[in-house]
Write a protein that binds this ligand. Structure first.
Ligand code: FAD
Ligand code: NAI
Length: 463
């Protein structure tokens, strides 16, 4: 009889966990995955990446029809919002994709253990009253919304991202707390559908972690689209009036308080790792000050046989980072060499235009040494200009001595797709000259990347 029920037990079926489970099974390991949700796919497929993109896409088309963008192309339409159908297509996308993971589990013979898992020791967990043992356990429990102290989310007036995806009607005034990725994406959705949107951000600029110039340009673009910003401002209290809310605001550095009324308040001030109820202590584990599980380069925790990946470990909380870690951890468990290059993880904000970056910001690069920077405006890119998409620019940062690309930042309608080529170039150790001398198809938005790389050499053609 085998010593353990499974070779690998993954806790959590988000993009980290389900990918780890599938790859482990593909590598011939007997694998199970415990998931407490009704459906597989984690935050990303159920209440994150996928439903938010479904609402972003639909609201973008509505906005193009409503704000005259289509009329400029000779298409005159007066759109009528059918929010129920819009929500229906969102739910359909989620259903199809979460069902797809269930199909993949069956195809790869991954056993889905339905229920919440808690450690009994480093090689056994309790799932819905049953003890399951495994030689290797991968913690992939993800993250949840960070609450604002003293503020209760009722998902009607005061909502988190999950509630903000499902609003039954367009609010008159939505106040977004936090000018990060969720605030800007979901704020954009409801702005496009007709809400007045005010974003309250504690810092003096939106999108922390992004390149400084990109943050400023993004702020300008969102203002032009009608989002109002209150930067360097903190929310000190919210009164829920039942069908509206009154927020008390103060300057971040202290000062006179003001009030702001809203129909809906979206709390989007970050996310925190899920470890409650896991009984980590039984496996000999604890969390760091940020609530994360510490790991080494191979995703091993300090308990032998226990590994961790995704939002529950340090690093950016992104689905593609979790997925790549899922593949790598399974390969490491199977005795192969699974590696994720954490220096090259792209980040994308799926607004219109998209905002994307990979590698170092100009500020970070300058701290490390001398750099060369090349920029190219989308206004001078023939495809963007023809499509009436003039906002944004591309910026390529390279090492002044070696010309090796250190980072790139893009604001462009297909910025999320464009950033992949820079990530790949950086993985191959490319110089800006390599990109400048790579033939790019014309007319494409990606030519702006080539031109920005040519600008690093001081020789762009179209500006
Ligand atoms: P999760 O996806 O959070 O999955 C963890 C799973 O573990 C959950 O299903 C949970 O139910 C389960 N679980 C937890 N504890 C237990 C337990 N004890 N027993 C059993 N099961 C358990 N990222 C992007 O890259 N691109 C995007 O466009 C994007 N959009 C987003 C939009 C929103 C609104 C939100 C909220 C997030 C978005 N993200 C996006 C972030 C992305 O969703 C996360 O980075 C990603 O889901 C993390 O994957 P994970 O596998 O680590 O965890
Ligand atoms: P975030 O960390 O991106 O932004 C939170 C913002 O809130 C920051 O700008 C912060 O300064 C501000 N803030 C914090 N406390 C505040 C306060 N009390 N008052 C006012 N402002 C305050 O977090 P967000 O937007 O909640 O997203 C959570 C995670 O989900 C992110 O880490 C992100 O990686 C991931 N995500 C990724 C997406 C993507 O890749 N497109 C989309 C949505 C989420």
């Amino acid at each position: 009889m085998a010593e353990y029920d499974y070779d690998v037990l993954v806790i959590g079926a988000g993009p980290g966990g389900y990918v780890a489970a599938i790859r482990a099974a593909q590598l011939g390991l007997k694998t199970a995955c415990a998931e407490s949700r009704e459906t597989l796919g984690g935050t990303c497929l159920n209440v994150g990446c996928i439903p938010s993109k479904a609402m972003l896409h639909a609201s973008e088309l509505f906005d193009h029809a409503a704000n005259g963008t289509m009329a400029k192309l000779g298409i005159k339409v007066t759109p009528e919002l059918d929010l129920d159908t819009m929500h229906g297509q969102r739910r359909d996308a989620v259903k199809q994709l979460t069902g797809g993971i269930e199909f993949l589990f069956k195809k790869n013979k991954v056993t889905w253990l339905k229920g919440k898992a808690a450690f009994k020791d480093a090689h056994s967990v309790d799932v819905a009253g049953q003890t399951v043992t495994a030689k290797n356990i991968v913690i992939a429990t993800g993250s949840s919304v960070t609450p604002l102290p003293g503020v209760e989310i009722d998902q009607t007036v005061i909502v988190d991202s999950t509630g903000a995806l499902e609003l039954a009607k367009v609010p008159n005034h939505m106040v977004v707390i936090g000018g990060g990725v969720i605030g800007l994406e979901l704020g954009s959705v409801w702005r496009r559908l007709g809400a007045k949107v005010t974003c309250v951000e504690f810092l003096d600029q939106i999108l922390p972690g992004f390149d400084g110039e990109i943050r400023k340009e993004a702020n300008k673009i969102f203002k032009k689209q009608g989002i109002e910003f209150k930067l360097s401002t903190k929310v000190t209290g919210i009164v829920n009036n039942g069908d509206s809310a009154t927020l008390t605001l103060e300057p971040a550095q202290g000062g006179e308080a003001t009030t702001l009324d809203a129909d809906v308040v979206l709390v989007s001030i970050g996310r925190r790792p899920n470890t409650d109820g896991l009984n980590l202590e039984a496996a000999g584990l604890s969390t760091n000050q940020r609530g994360q599980i510490e790991i080494d380069h191979d995703f091993r925790t300090k308990a032998d046989g226990v590994w961790a990946i995704g939002d529950v470990v340090p690093g950016p909380m992104l689905a593609h980072k979790a997925e790549d870690e899922g593949i790598a951890v399974a390969e490491n468990i199977a005795g192969q060499t699974g590696i994720v290059n954490h220096d090259i993880i792209p980040s994308v904000v799926y607004t219109w235009p998209e905002i994307a970056g990979v590698g170092l910001t100009e500020e970070q690069a300058k701290e490390k040494g001398e750099v060369k920077v090349g920029k190219f405006p989308m206004m001078a890119n023939s495809r963007a200009k023809t499509n009436h998409e003039p906002d944004g620019f591309v910026k390529v940062i390279s090492d002044a001595k070696t010309d090796r690309v250190l980072g790139a930042w893009v604001i462009a309608v297909p910025g999320g797709t464009m950033i992949a080529q820079i990530a790949q170039a950086m993985e191959f150790g490319a110089t800006s000259e390599d990109i400048a001398y790579t033939c790019h198809a014309h007319p494409t938005h990606s030519e702006a990347i080539k031109e920005a790389a040519m600008a690093v050499q001081g020789k762009p053609i179209h500006i």
